[in-house]
Design a binder for this molecule. Sequence first.
Ligand code: HEM
Length: 451
Amino acid sequence: SNRLPPGSLGVPIIGQSLGLLRAMKANTAEKWIKQRIRKYGPISKLSLFGKPTVFVYGPAANKFVFNGDSSTIANQQPKSIRMILGDRCLLELSGQDHKRVRDALVSFLKPESLKKYVEKIDGEIREHLKLHWHGKEQITVLPLMKTLTFNIICSLLFGLERGPKRDQFVSNFETMIAGMWSVPVNLPFTRYNGSLKASARVQNMVKDLIQEKRKKLEQKTASPHQDLITCLLSIRDENGQEVITEKEIVHNVMLVMVAGHDTSSVLITFLVRLLANDPAVYAAVLQEQEEIAKDKSMGEFLTWEDLTKMKYTWRVAMETLRMIPPVFGGFRNTLKDIEYDGYHIPKGWQIFWVTSMTHMDNTIFPEPSKFDPSRFENQSSIPPYCYLPFGAGYRICPGYEFARIETLLVIHRLVTQFTWKLQCSDNVFSRDPMPVPTKGLPIQIVPKNLQ
Ligand code: HEM
């Protein structure tokens, strides 16, 4: 059929972009999308960010987007982001290339491999609390969680430990990130131009790190599993050749830096807010964590075994991800004409997916606005393609386990060492595009040994 989905492409170039962006800022994006669904049904056309687009909604649509044939539906980022992260990062790859590079990343990020690093991550968290929380009466959670999750990535994934080199890396990275979502005008003194220059500096630093690690591997003074970069360098084919090119390592390090710290920091921040707002959930999380802490001696690190006992805390995190998913939605591109649900989607159009809409569907999650971690007691009762904070299919988030470990460790240290009160008691947030609580969530803190 040549029948295009219902809806309007709107004003040329601008289309409906401003309406969506405005709704995201005002935390009414779900309402904006619900209105579309009510008006046009689960599939409709519109125009976003200069491209004709088809919005699809529902479990079947999620399956279509996440499990679609990669020769028909491709993942492609806007050119501005491609220029900053690089064209060989996972987001840009498809087919066999995507599988080869993804398998290499997963060989380090899989649970069996991460198990060994729980103590190291715990060490970073304790150091962070010593530096930024203890001795303070008031702190702002979101920026501190961004610093912490970025430092964990630097140490564990890149083997870049505390010191002047890491500080320089962080400062260049911050400049790079600042212009990533800006208007992509590459003129001297624009934010985008600053971001491109910072990206080049970060990439050069990563190349230097790769040289250092390659030398250590040759001298056999490094183990292949000591960090992600060393692990990627060590993967060889049957002829002893490196499987991942240097360019691919650099571009994927860039991606992991961005994908890995912004998301987890948002989850932890909203957990901190929830625990301050919900005494019953706080009491149950505290009880679970104190049960673990009571068997530990002073200064002892948490272990993988301890994490397996944090079942309730993780259900609280899952419910937080249901209600406030850090990734609101995303885009795919059609490489061929597609027929979906009786409609024609032409080649070259965008597909806009918003998984969080099924998270708030009362036929799937009864009373969706109620915070209820018990929904995840029996996860097999949740129908497929309905709960997708980490995506699904062959692009499902490879950092899931990493995010789970760091979130549980941070919550353990926070609830056992501090009590806190919100300084902004409203319950709202805006999307930028990640959810941001008012003023970054300032809180008043008291260490437990002073109570
Ligand atoms: C709460 C934390 C996190 C959330 C909610 C999250 C969410 C997601 C989602 C929804 C996707 C799929 C996007 C798509 O299909 O287009 C994704 C992909 C990805 N995530 Fe995460 N993520 C988190 C943490 C992490 C961490 C800690 C890392 C790295 C250590 C990471 C690395 C990646 C990468 C590399 C991809 C691209 C995968 C591919 O295209 O094959 N993420 N993430």
